[in-house]
Design a protein around this ligand. Structure first.
Ligand code: ATP
Ligand code: MG
Length: 678
């Protein structure tokens, strides 16, 4: 332990050894905040004799949680770390819900709705009122999510509604909550909201969790929303000691309800809060820090911070302006290739960051063409594949036949001649009777709504599934699931619907990967607890689907492609930040909504991921809505110190002078105005 502590600077050491009062470490990027958390976990276990079981560390993304687990794993033996919780906020919430499911009034094997499920339900709930387009549904979805994160219940939302559309959304919210409960389902925001409500209503359950988690450490605290803050407060209320670390300059989740004010709220809520600031950066060269500091100085500041580094001043920041997005992607791939060979780097030393997921597509093509191995984080996942979603829907039904969304997804996959007209009538009947679609199929009254043949088709399905559900109760559950897949001849359906036999074959193979993974999960759970059932294994798989979105454990040597949001907390020797253009970074919506400061923080997060080398790229033209449009370099480029930039135009073109640029912006603005007039 002494060795671990000796590595720390004085203030880090103070933060690690401070265990008697609540502690906030407020510090800039790369100053060792996460290191304080991981070292402190080791310190609490080794020097303070705390049991790993009683310690919980939470952060925001799975990637960050995994990174933290790895760092702890390097300091502690397996034995010492046994029972330690290092997870995302959402997995912690899920763990609480799973263990307290009965007190919440849910049945075990509840379903987790992803955004698609939620959208479908909201669409259904709104449809009867009027024709609603996707935009309105998205707005309602967003409002409901914000209300949940702010712990505002439907009644309050309705009485505080500012206009008619909010009032409508509040009504949908009320019925949305009722329906979720009826479907025995929770959504993403519920993973925090339900534990908070439960703890509020049943103090003895809260007490139990306080007894379990004696010490809580929270990373990226600036991104907590109201419900997450409340959860932290509840859990730490007994002992009032905890460690949270954060950086207000890296708050990038305001759009999801994050409240950087939570940093200040802490000193109001905890009078004896200790605040420690760290200023030495151990990650980046002086140049990278200088550029980052200068950029973020354009935002107003609550807490002044000045970062410095001893890692040398480093090379200038390369800015590469390319003719088109195609050229940009090609250039990045080319740069990676040359630098890897010239500087003997590994592929995994490189990361390419971007604002929106769609930006990775062209890059992928170029990387593939040059045979550069890469990995996308948070991109299309295994679980997002259609065939996997289908089989997952079957699995969801096996553990929760009331899961109407799952029912609707697969009732006619493979084809069973059960079309929308039948389903609509079934839904009306189910709603009148207040039962699930699956249960409705069994009821005698259904015959008044549907023809005998139609009822017969529905029942053939439910009886078949009932049989499988029964077999799943025995210990040949995995075999029963395998048989289910063969029995419905999903393979033939894949071949009929895929673009080629090879594609169908690959999809079918994916399904067996899923079944294997389920078997594996069950086996592992049973090793821990012989009573574990297939229900719990499926529930866990459904969760993994939702929470991890297949960030597969993959340490192999690959270039990392990820969004700026996903890059938080991580570091790479060589970073490319692409699409440095107006409307991309800052994003068009942010320009319209005037939330440039959050975009600037996003750029700051990106820049501060770089350890040795940072390259910014931009395109002069980009295809938008099928048309080639001219792009304007990002305003953030103008905010960087010019003397630290090494600007490379494509085909030897020079950067335009500020006057030229102003002229161009002007003509662009007037062209826009003209367009708007027409
Ligand atoms: P971010 O704000 O980006 O999340 P952070 O403040 O959490 O950054 P860390 O990731 O903990 O910073 O640390 C950045 C890098 O500095 C890591 O590689 C870490 O190992 C290293 N580091 C932290 N403290 C020290 C130290 N005292 N001596 C040497 N290296 C350190
Ligand atoms: Mg960190």
């Amino acid at each position: 332990m002494q060795k671990l502590l000796a590595r720390l600077n004085d203030r880090q050491l103070e933060a690690v050894t401070q265990v008697t009062s609540p502690l906030l470490v407020l510090a800039g990027a790369g100053s060792g905040k996460t290191s304080v958390i991981t070292t402190k976990i080791a310190y609490l276990i080794r020097d303070k004799g705390m049991s790993a079981r009683n310690i919980g560390a939470v952060t925001f993304t799975n990637k960050a949680a995994r990174e933290m687990r790895e760092r702890v794993g390097r300091m502690l033996s397996r034995e010492e770390a046994k029972g330690l919780t290092v997870s995302t906020f959402h997995s912690l919430g899920l763990d609480i819900i799973r263990k307290e499911v009965k007190h919440l009034g849910y049945k075990s094997g509840f379903s987790l709705f992803d955004t698609e499920d939620t959208r479908a339900l909201i669409r259904d709930l709104m449809h009867k009122d009027a024709q609603v387009d996707a935009d309105i549904i998205n707005q309602v979805l967003h409002l409901i999510s914000n209300w949940k994160n702010d712990l505002i219940e439907p009644g309050t939302a309705l009485s505080h509604a500012e206009d008619e559309s909010q009032a409508l959304a509040a009504k949908v919210y009320e019925s949305y909550i009722r329906h979720l409960k009826a479907y025995n389902a929770v959504d993403f925001d519920d993973l925090i909201r339900l534990p908070v409500l439960l703890f509020q209503q049943q103090p003895e359950i809260l007490r139990k969790w306080q007894e379990r988690l004696h010490y809580l450490l929270v990373d990226e605290y600036q991104d907590t929303n109201i419900s997450q803050y409340r959860l932290v407060k509840q859990l730490t209320d007994l002992r009032k000691t905890f460690t949270v670390v954060g950086d207000d300059d890296q708050s990038i989740y305001a759009w999801r309800g994050a409240r950087p004010e939570n940093l200040n709220q802490l000193s109001e809520d905890f009078a004896n809060l200790k605040i420690i600031k760290l200023e030495q950066n151990y990650r980046s060269t002086g140049r990278i820090l200088k550029v980052a500091n200068q950029l973020i100085a354009n935002n107003p500041h609550l807490h002044e911070k000045s970062l410095w580094s001893q890692l040398g001043f480093g090379d200038p920041i390369k800015v590469i302006e390319c003719a088109s997005e195609d050229a940009e992607a090609e250039r990045i791939a080319g740069e990676i290739m040359t630098r890897k060979l010239k500087e003997r780097l590994s592929w995994k030393d490189f990361a390419v960051l971007y604002r929106g997921n769609f930006q990775s597509r062209i890059l992928e093509i170029k990387l593939q063409a040059m045979q550069i191995p890469y990995k996308i984080s948070g991109g299309t996942s295994f679980f997002a594949r259609n065939e996997i979603k289908d089989i997952m829907a079957y699995l969801r039904l096996l553990i929760n036949p009331s899961d109407d969304n799952a029912f609707l997804r697969i009732i006619n996959i493979p084809r069973r001649e059960i079309g929308p007209a039948i389903l609509e009538k079934l839904a009306i009947y189910a709603k009148d009777r207040d039962v699930s679609l699956f249960a409705a199929c069994h009821e005698l009254g259904l015959e008044q709504y549907l023809s005998e043949r139609q009822v017969e088709r529905l029942r053939r399905f439910t009886h078949w599934l009932d049989g499988i559900i029964r077999r799943c109760e025995s210990d040949e559950a995995i075999a029963a699931i395998g048989e289910m897949i063969r029995d419905m001849d999903y393979e033939a359906w894949l071949y009929q619907n895929a673009s080629s036999p090879t594609v169908a074959e690959r999809r079918y193979a994916n399904i067996w990967t899923l079944v294997d993974s389920l078997a594996e999960t069950l086996k592992r759970m049973q090793e821990e607890n012989p009573e574990a059932t297939i229900r719990e294994a499926i529930a866990r798989l459904v969760l993994r689907d939702l929470l991890e979105q297949q960030e597969e454990e993959d340490d192999s040597d690959k270039v990392q492609l990820l969004t700026l949001h996903a890059s938080k907390g991580l570091e790479f020797p060589q970073v490319f930040l692409m699409g440095m253009e107006e409307e991309l970074l800052p994003h068009r919506n942010a320009i319209e909504a005037d939330t440039i400061e959050e975009e600037r923080r996003l750029a700051y997060v990106g820049i501060t991921r770089a350890q040795q080398h940072l390259t910014l790229t931009l395109a002069r033209q980009r295809k938008t809505y099928g048309e080639m449009l001219n792009c304007t370099p990002s305003r953030f480029l103008d905010e960087l110190p010019e003397e630290d930039l090494d600007w490379k135009g494509s085909k030897g073109e020079k950067k335009e002078s500020p006057e030229e640029k102003m002229q161009r912006n002007k003509s662009r603005a007037s062209a826009l105005k003209e367009l708007l007039k027409n």
